[in-house]
Design a protein around this ligand. Structure first.
Ligand code: 4AD
Ligand code: MG
Length: 460
């Protein structure tokens, strides 16, 4: 007889009526009165667990089972009994319970409610709590939905490198990758001493390599971890985050925004369908407005506004900002949130930023001041994606690279793409943890990634 997954029981319980099965998992709670007891078991295959009823006259080790602590691992043989009149539509009548490993009172996850801060300190155990179980299950389904969305549209999934020698985003700080003894290396940097013969970094983006692939396959996306070494301790920055980056040939900025909007609606409505238990849990215990907010995204068109128009609107509220704005200043989180939460009350694309504010690869507008970039801002989160139409004019790219003090020889192959069958193309980057925050209602990015890497935090 082989073990049955608890998820299979929930999917089709009628199929198991009065049958004998074996399940195995971890105890959520256990209580008894000396003669019979209830044990709640979860095996991780589904958000919902099962209730096991055990009694002294049926199992030999009643006293040990009744004493089991939360977190203990057991295997249970028993019969499925349908209980349609109860809260749980079925339970398991145990005929045999094997204790695989009993936890003692030191197990940190007792039944009481723990703070998110405490749980962050025991990140290796927190996936076992209801909240994090739901978060990471939704994370898994969300990744799958993104793959499904792009796969259905005929995008090729490419794997761009993690180690790179170019700094695509310019502004972002990068982690060095070296095999050298760093103390020797600080004395004098010698390319010949490096494994790669040059300075290398952990990549902040797969975009540049993605562009090379878009010129071969037409439509590609890459999805993997990317790295930023900035020392920012905010609720929405990680030093290692998961980054989904599509790149599409023969597409302009309008087409790109349409693609982004379609993708967002697809994954949000998809997750509501695929994860009803988890989403109900978030809507009840994390944010009672969650379903309203998510439906608002699905049912409405996203707003679109240029940077210049956004500054005009924001200026009217300058008295209430910590950082007042004028044309040429950065749009900070407080402004992003004001635009999406107060003015538009829905997701909004901000386009055509001043060129000094954005990376070198964005297509320059005819005004020679702004670029064809777009950031997608979500209420409560701020920037969720950043993208642009790419500059394809070799000369213009040379000029902007000079302005930004980038060495052409470091980007020779990227420049060459502008010579060899160069076509209009666009792409964007989605911060996977940022959209996961929006979908779960979780407000700290550290709580939607298993083992967050943030300044002073790399325990595992
Ligand atoms: O706006 P960013 O820096 O754009 C790029 O890297 C482009 N190369 C993307 C492209 O066009 N292919 O980053 C894209 C997104 C942001 O909108 C944000 O959601 C997320 O990545 N992001 C971060 N998420 C968590 N922690 C950080 N430190 C992040 N930095 C960016
Ligand atoms: Mg950005």
């Amino acid at each position: 007889m082989i073990k049955t997954d608890i998820s299979d029981l929930h999917k089709d319980i009628d199929n198991y009526k009065d049958k004998e099965i074996i399940i195995a998992g971890w105890v959520k709670s256990c209580r008894g009165n000396g003669n019979f007891g209830f044990l709640n078991l979860n095996d991780g295959t589904s958000f919902k667990g099962v209730q096991i009823v055990f009694s002294r006259d049926k199992i030999l080790n009643y006293d040990s089972v009744e004493k089991l602590n939360t977190g203990s691992a057991i295997m249970c043989k028993g019969y499925i009994v349908l209980t349609p009149e109860n809260k749980q539509p079925f339970e398991i009548n145990a005929t045999e319970i094997t204790i695989i490993s009993a936890t003692d009172n030191e197990y940190p996850l007792q039944k009481k409610k723990h703070s998110l801060e405490f749980l962050r300190e025991i990140a290796y155990l927190r996936p076992r709590t209801n909240l994090f179980n739901a978060v990471f299950r939704v994370r898994s389904e969300l990744a799958f939905l993104l793959h499904e969305f792009f796969n259905k549209k005929g995008f090729v999934y490419v794997h761009t490198p993690i180690i790179t020698s170019s700094d695509c985003e310019g502004g972002s700080e990068l982690f060095r990758v070296t095999t050298q003894n760093i103390y020797d290396e600080f004395k004098k940097f010698e390319p010949k001493n490096e494994l790669f013969g040059k300075k290398t970094y952990l990549t902040p983006t797969g975009q540049l390599e993605g562009e090379a692939c878009a010129a071969a396959f037409g439509k590609i996306y890459t999805f993997g971890p990317t790295f930023r070494a900035e020392n920012s301790n905010t609720n929405r920055h990680l030093n290692e985050f998961w980054h989904l980056e599509p790149e599409v040939s023969f597409m302009d900025l309008e087409g790109l925004m349409e693609l982004e909007e379609e993708m967002m609606k697809y994954i949000i409505s998809g997750i509501m369908k695929k994860c009803p238990d988890e989403m109900n849990f978030f809507n009840t215990f994390v944010d009672k407005e969650l379903f309203n907010r998510l439906n608002n995204v699905i049912d409405n068109d996203f707003a679109r506004i240029t940077y210049t128009e956004a500054i005009e609107l924001l200026k009217k509220n300058n008295n209430n900002f910590v950082y007042p704005v004028e044309w040429g200043t950065d749009i900070q989180t407080e402004h992003e949130r004001y635009l999406s939460e107060v003015i538009f009350k829905r997701p909004v694309f901000v386009t055509d930023y001043p060129k000094d504010m954005k990376a070198f690869y964005m297509k320059i507008n005819d005004d020679n001041k702004t670029v064809r970039g777009c950031d997608l801002l979500f209420p409560g989160i701020g920037e969720v994606t950043g993208g642009s139409e790419r500059e394809t004019d070799y000369k213009k790219l040379q000029t902007i690279m000079k302005e930004k003090h980038l060495k052409e020889e470091d980007y020779w192959w990227y420049m060459n793409l502008r010579k060899f069958g160069s076509v209009q193309h666009s792409g964007f980057g989605l911060g996977f943890e940022r959209i996961l925050m929006y979908i779960t209602g979780i407000t700290n990015i550290r709580d939607v990634i298993l083992f967050p890497r943030t300044p002073n935090n790399c325990e595992y």
